[in-house]
Design a protein around this ligand. Sequence first.
Ligand SMILES: NCCCNCCCCCS
Ligand SMILES: [Zn+2]
Length: 343
Amino acid sequence: MKTVYSPLHAGHAGQMELVTAAIVPGFEKPSRAEFIRARVESEKLGPIIGLVEHDLAAAKRIHKADYIDFLPTVWPQWTAAGFEGSAMAFTWPTRGLRGDVPPQRIDALLGYYSFDAGATFVEGTWAAIKSSYDVSLTAAALVKGGETSAFALCRPPGHHAGAAFMGGYCFINNAAVAAQWFLDQGASRVSILDVDYHHGNGTQEIFYGRGDVQVINLHGDPMIEYPFFLGHADERGAGDGEGFNLNYPMPFGTGWEAWNASLEDACTKLAAYAPDVVVVSLGVDTFEKDPISQFKLKSQDYPKIGRRIARLGLPTLFVMEGGYAVEEIGINAVGVLTGFEDR
Ligand SMILES: NCCCNCCCCCS
Ligand SMILES: [Zn+2]
C-alpha cells in the first residue's frame, strides 16, 4: 500500500488548546505523524510519496467558499491585530444571537467559523492544513488510478470540520473532500466509515441531506463524550439522505467485543449500500491508552479492523484522523493497514 505524506504538517506545532478549565499544549502534535511515518517504514508497508499540489476548488465542493478563504487569513489577521499566542476563538454565535460575520475582529471571526476552541492556529498552521488536503487528494488519485488502497497520512485531521466550521483540531475535512472528489470523478456512491473514537460531526453535517455519500460513525456516546452535540443513533439523515447516515454511539469502557459488533453491523450496511469506493476516517484514539479517550481497544485489535474492511472487497482510501497515545499511534494505525493487506 502506498502512503502519501508531507513534512509541511510539522509547521502546525506548539499550538495551545482549551480543555476543561485549562489552556494546555495541543494533543494534536507533529510527533503523531512522525511516529506513523516511522512505522510505515519499519513495517515496509510500501512507498511513501509526496503530495501533488491542488487549488482549493475541491475543498469548496463541500466547504463554503468564505470559510475556506478565511483560513489562510487567520494568522496574518491575528498578528496584525497585535494578538499573541495561538489564534483561538473565545466567543461563539450561539442560539438567539446574530449569525452575520463581524468583519473587523479576527477573534470574533474565529468564533463565527468554529464550534469549539480546539482548532487553533500558529504561523505554520495554514501550510499544514493545505498540505493535509493535498495529501488526501493525492492518495485519492492513487485509488482512482487503480490501486486497491492508499493511505493519506493527513495532519491536521479533518472529520470535525463541517461545511463552514472548524473544531476539534480539524480545519478542512480531508475525508469529505476525497469522497466528493471520487463522485466528481465518476463514482455513483461513496461510503465514509469513521472509526475514530470521536463522532465525525463535521462529516455528518456535510453529507446529512445526501444519498450519494453514506456516512457511518462508530464513536463515544455524545450524551457523555465530545463533540456532544451530534452523533446519536436516531440521526439517520434527512431528505435524500434519509437512511444514509448511521451512528453507533457506545459507552465509556467499550472494548473489542462490543466495538466489533458495531463494526460488523456497519460493514453489513456498507456492503448493502454497495459503494464504488470506501473512505475510512482512520482515527485510533479508540486505544485503551489514549489520553483523551475512554474506549479499551488493544494494539492487537487494529489489524482485525483492517482485515474486516478488506473483506468488503472495495477500493479503499484510508485518511488519518485522530489518535493521541503518541508512542503507540504508529503501531495501531499501521496495524489497520497491514491487517487490510492481511500481512
Ligand atoms: N476533554 C475532551 C476535549 C476534546 N477536545 C477535542 C478532541 C478532538 C479529537 C479529534 S479526533
Ligand atoms: Zn478523535
